[in-house]
Write a protein that binds this ligand. Sequence first.
Ligand code: FES
Length: 99
Amino acid sequence: MNPASPFLETEDAPRVDVSFDGASLSLPDGANLAAALLAVGVEVFRHTPVSGAPRAPFCMMGACFDCLVEVDGVTRQACMMEVSEGLVLTRPQAGEAWE
Ligand code: FES
């Protein structure tokens, strides 16, 4: 089978362990981080600093900044990253995210 979507190519990828807000997750190695988190049920990536409204990936191409997560202590766009072994992910604290 030749998958039409590159996301489907990761279905058989080896899984690696990452943590998100202290929860252990097994994600496909090399997958898009935002897509992989959505696929395992992470619905809220951050909260807005002003209203506290929940945000999740929207554009998946680096434009909206709704996918911000803290990766190993640095706030990054999850849609612009790949899954790799041992990532330590947390939701950015309000006011620390890029706005
Ligand atoms: S989903 Fe829009 S910047 Fe990542």
